[in-house]
Design a protein around this ligand. Structure first.
Ligand code: HPA
Length: 277
């Protein structure tokens, strides 16, 4: 069960997330065990889940809205292999709002509802030259290049591993059993919304990043502070600037995410089915 300390609660002083928690708690058939944040183009996973209940975010009191194409901004409750899930289709990015309390809203709501595990997913540009568009990557660690103060008190709860090693190995195993290729690497986040320059990509590469995106790191930092177990999966939708020759655009990102959605769904389903709750 995640622990929400008064310091963490203070981070949300301007955003009464308790309204959203009460609204959802009174409508969910059971408290969630696992929360999923589904990134750009990956939201469809929630469409096929059994025992689905859908909550458009506009109907949830105090819930912030996303403006990015490919992000539905709805919450789906479901049950899969006996695990109760709460899935957030789409997220709000720091570049949209410059407000961490909006970015972190789904994580605090999931924690207050009782979810002990968080699965974060995103679309990312491949920096590691071995990666190709369409690859899935297990996130082993992260680098925060947003240059935006975390606002999250503490040091990730003292966790050496932000991403739960047991969950990460579990995901590796289920992928191997299915014969699904799965990369591993460090996810680096920039604030965006513009894509990186080739020189920035080279810098991130030299500093240890394998993939680059515009999300996730703050959510993971908060989840670790709350004591949640975190699993992270990136969908490599393109080669980062300077790594490939093609020009980047958001359509390419959603098109590739669409192409891998079957593999992504198989991986997530098998992973979730084996997570101890
Ligand atoms: N850079 C940043 N964010 C991204 C990218 C990228 O190349 N691809 C998908 N999200």
């Amino acid at each position: 069960m995640p622990t929400v300390t008064p310091e963490i609660r203070r981070l949300f002083h301007s955003r009464p997330y308790g309204d959203s928690v009460r609204f959802l708690r009174s409508r969910l058939p059971a408290p969630p065990d696992i929360a999923l944040v589904l990134g750009s183009g990956l939201g469809d996973f929630a469409e096929s889940l059994p025992h689905r209940l859908i909550f458009p975010s506009g109907g949830i009191p105090s819930y912030p809205r996303s403006t990015v194409e490919g992000h539905k901004g709805q919450i789906v409750s479901a049950s899969l292999a006996g695990r109760n899930l709460i899935a957030f289709q789409g997220r709000i990015h720091l570049y949209e709002c410059n407000d961490l309390s909006m970015v972190l809203f789904p994580v605090i709501v999931a924690a207050e509802l009782g979810a002990g595990t968080l699965i974060v997913t995103n679309a990312a540009g491949g920096i590691n030259r071995q990666f190709s568009p369409g690859d899935l990557m297990l996130i082993t660690d992260q680098i925060d290049f947003t240059f935006h103060a975390t606002g999250i008190p503490g040091n990730h709860g003292g966790n050496r591993d932000l991403f739960d090693p047991v969950l990460t190995e579990h995901a590796s195993r289920v992928a191997a059993v299915r014969g699904l290729p799965l990369r591993r690497g460090v996810y680096a986040a920039v604030k965006g919304p513009s894509y990186e320059t080739a020189a920035e990509v080279e810098m991130i590469h030299r500093l240890g990043g394998d993939a680059v995106g515009m999300s996730t790191v703050k959510e993971v930092a908060l989840a670790a502070m709350l004591g949640m177990r975190v699993l992270g999966i990136s969908c490599i939708t393109n080669k980062a600037t300077g790594i490939g020759s093609s020009k980047l655009n958001h359509e390419e990102v959603t098109e590739v995410a669409n192409r891998v959605k079957m593999d992504f769904a198989v991986l997530l389903t098998d992973c979730i089915s084996g997570i101890r709750v």
